[in-house]
Design a protein around this ligand. Structure first.
Ligand SMILES: [Zn+2]
Length: 265
């Protein structure tokens, strides 16, 4: 739960065009403003100035979230004119001020995105970087970890281990590389049972989950890829199902297999 402060741009401003919008996408930005004090409150006062030409829906920092526009009105934040980005997407700016905590702000943004996806019926596939609309290198601090950022939307503020850790060396390969297309996922049903379900089929599922950043136990030995279908693996399956529009029951069956195969491509 992060505090959301509604502080709307005055209706008389030219950066509040007031066009009706049914949001179909969520667009993520970084403020690119590293100055000290350039937090959400500071952007809220900037975007309310009558001279400001741009606008978006939310600014998120490590402490709180400011909302600048109602969700049924468009803003000018994606650089695609009257295209889909500006006319049909909710804009979220994540602060990167030098005196702030960027990773905490990222986690708050992930929490907000999960909430908006649920409330507005927006699928994870429609959570996109600003770059998608105009080619701009934005969100500049998240583009090199975009898949991991999206995977973290499922877990932010839920007490699960965060999956969006900062990438220290961008040139190093991620620990779990995507399996080749020849990956053989089992076609049966896998679930937590007693005695334990175990074996190479479970391992294949665990490896596939890890490759798309749903680690059975991130940080544990081999990220929890051990061939046992225990509660941690069931939890990883649950998180994956939740973010792919499936019944989140933690049971690996044909629908989960199909979604996992699709995610691996
Ligand atoms: Zn942007």
């Amino acid at each position: 739960m992060v505090k959301i402060i509604k502080d709307f741009i005055p209706k008389s401003n030219r950066n509040r065009p007031g066009n009706y919008m049914k949001p179909l996408y969520i667009t993520v930005h970084n403020t690119a403003n590293t100055a000290k004090g350039a937090n959400a409150a500071s952007h809220a006062s900037f975007v309310k100035r009558s001279s400001t030409g741009v606008s978006w829906h939310y600014t998120v920092d490590e402490n709180c979230i400011y909302q600048h526009l109602p969700l049924n009105e468009n803003g000018w934040h994606t650089g695609d004119g009257r295209g889909t980005g500006n006319m049909k997407s909710i804009g979220i700016e994540i602060c990167e001020n030098a005196d702030g905590n960027f990773e905490k702000a990222v986690e708050n943004a992930q929490w907000l995105i999960r909430k908006l996806m649920k409330e507005q019926g927006i699928p994870l596939a429609n959570v996109v970087p600003h770059k998608r609309w105009s080619g701009k290198q934005c969100p500049r601090k998240l583009l090199n970890r975009w898949d991991s950022f999206k995977a973290g939307i499922a877990t932010a503020h839920t007490g699960e281990k965060a999956t969006a850790k900062p990438v220290k060396n961008t040139s190093s390969k991620p620990k779990a590389s995507k399996p080749k297309k020849s990956v053989n996922l089992p076609s049966g049903i896998l679930k937590v049972t007693r005695p334990l379900t175990k074996g190479s089929a479970v391992k294949a599922v665990q490896q596939a989950l890890a490759a798309v950043y749903y680690y059975p136990d991130k940080g544990a030995k081999n990220n929890g890829i051990d061939g046992y279908y225990g509660p941690k693996t069931a939890n990883a399956v649950k998180r994956f199902q939740l973010m792919h529009g499936l019944v989140a029951d933690g049971i690996y069956g044909p629908k989960t297999k199909a979604a996992l195969q699709k995610a691996l491509k």
